[in-house]
Design a binder for this molecule. Structure first.
Ligand code: NAD
Length: 431
């Protein structure tokens, strides 16, 4: 094997096969739904492809004086319903296939929650933990410059994803604004609040995961109070989901990151686990719980399992070992189609990513609207409106699932793909 075939991220090896499968997963999900919706073959071919794909190779001056070449991507899958919207990921496994899959999922997610955006995604193949702050800033500013061909407040609006955060968005916004000659807060979302960010965005995705889990439990006539939860991933989504679950009275028994997990059957002090991760960079250094592997976390006897790390975590090999009866997808694409079929047969309810983690893009939309209006809402208004949008989408998906006799993922995709297909038909073919 060539050394470039495996990239190491803090001791974790990244398998190239898994990266290809994110796009295969996205296409398999789409094909199944296109058949059910009896989509016209030409339209279906168009929706299988991404509209624009930009690959950039760019230099960054490193602290030791070397000039290193990095590769980045910006892919717009579909813009029939509005400007493209989607995060920027910094991770060693980022490649064109992964970004295509994530862009396609963004199209469906925005359509499902009925916000006027298309779908996009971007990324740089890099381990941000290996860069100094200065290197990270120079990489971000150069990448933003390279993708400014596509990105802008009316065209394509980035946001944070794995490995990026509000500070990275501040640098993207500043870089695009410098080119323009005036401040363009609407060019990115997930920015710091003093730059035109919105209150509630940082926690929105995780909070939304807990709201959707609550809605799913209500439907099954089960209380969320006292429900046990295991969460894979302790980043923006996983950590904020943990806090939101606790606020709703659930007991978070396990949390993990790429170093492994911590398990406390009586319930974790999630803030203390987060503080520990902040200090040492690893959940497993938290002393008041047992250390478990990520594989063990997925198989814990809990009521709710939240994969909130990477795609391709629940597969044909481990799906039979899942003991939770409710899986709520915080991450994008954590369950493969093979695993979906196994879980459905076993009576496990899977709330799909495009519904479960949509709180982030919903509040990003609110941020964009506030930037354009130059008028900002308070936290209660942001949260109330997010919950309303998410609960409406959940109700529509569960009604469709009941009517069609399908799992929630198929139902969610039927609603979303149907809405994008309708927009495409209404716009017609140019010229
Ligand atoms: P993040 O970088 O803030 O956190 C990722 C976490 O996952 C970290 O704790 C990391 O250590 C852990 N991790 C990485 N690989 C792992 C592995 N193999 N096993 C266990 N843990 C692992 O990223 P994030 O923004 O929280 O994103 C997580 C997922 O949620 C991604 O799939 C992302 O696309 C999706 N998502 C994020 C948002 C958002 O608003 N940030 C919105 C929707 C969906």
């Amino acid at each position: 094997m060539r050394s470039s075939d495996k990239t190491t991220l803090a001791g974790e090896s990244v398998d190239r096969k898994r990266r290809v499968s994110a796009y295969e997963t996205a296409l398999a999900q789409f094909d199944a739904v296109a058949d059910r919706l009896k989509l016209d073959e030409n339209l279906s071919d168009l929706l299988r492809a991404c509209k624009r794909e930009l690959i950039v190779h760019f230099p960054v001056r490193m602290d030791d004086g070397r000039v290193q070449t990095f590769t980045g991507y910006r892919v717009q899958h579909n813009v029939a319903r509005g400007p493209a919207k989607g995060g920027i990921r910094y991770h060693p496994a980022v490649d064109l296939e992964e970004v295509r899959a994530l862009a396609m999922w963004m199209t469906w997610k925005c359509a499902l929650v009925n916000i006027p955006f298309g779908g996009a995604k971007g990324g740089v193949t890099v381990n941000p933990a290996e860069l100094s702050r200065g290197e990270l800033e120079r990489l971000t500013r150069r990448f933003a410059t390279e993708v400014s061909l596509l990105v802008g407040p009316e065209a394509d609006i980035p946001a944070p994803d794995m490995g990026t955060d509000a500070q990275v968005m501040a640098w993207v916004m500043d870089t695009l604004s410098m080119h323009q000659g005036y401040s363009m807060p609407g060019a990115v979302t997930g920015k710091p609040v003093p730059l035109g960010g919105t209150v509630g965005r940082a926690e929105a995705t995780g909070k939304g995961v807990a709201i959707i889990a609550q809605a799913a439990l209500e439907q099954a006539k089960k209380p969320i109070k006292g429900a046990t939860v295991a969460i894979q991933g302790c980043g923006n989504v996983g950590y904020n989901a943990a806090l939101a679950f606790q606020a709703l009275g659930a007991t978070v028994v396990a949390l993990s990151d790429r170093s492994g997990g911590v398990y406390q059957p009586k319930g974790l002090d999630c803030v203390a686990v987060g503080d520990c991760k902040g200090e040492t960079g690893r959940c497993v250094d938290y002393a008041k719980a047992s250390v478990i592997t990520n594989a063990e976390l997925l198989q814990l006897p809990v009521d709710i399992l939240v994969p909130a790390a990477m795609e391709g975590q629940i597969t044909g090999s481990n799906a039979r070992k899942i003991r939770a009866k409710l899986v709520v997808e915080g991450a994008n694409g954590p369950t493969t189609p093979e695993a979906d079929a196994i879980l459905e047969k076993a009576g496990v309810t899977v709330v799909p990513d495009i519904l479960a983690n949509a709180g982030g893009v919903v509040v990003s939309y609110f941020e964009w609207v506030q930037d354009f209006n130059r008028y900002f809402w308070d936290l209660a208004e942001v949260n109330r409106n997010m919950e309303k949008v998410l609960r409406q989408a959940f109700a529509e998906v569960s009604a469709t699932a009941k009517h069609e006799g399908t799992a929630l993922r198929t139902a969610a995709l039927m609603v979303a793909v149907g809405s994008v297909a309708e927009a495409m038909k209404l716009r017609g073919i140019y010229p």
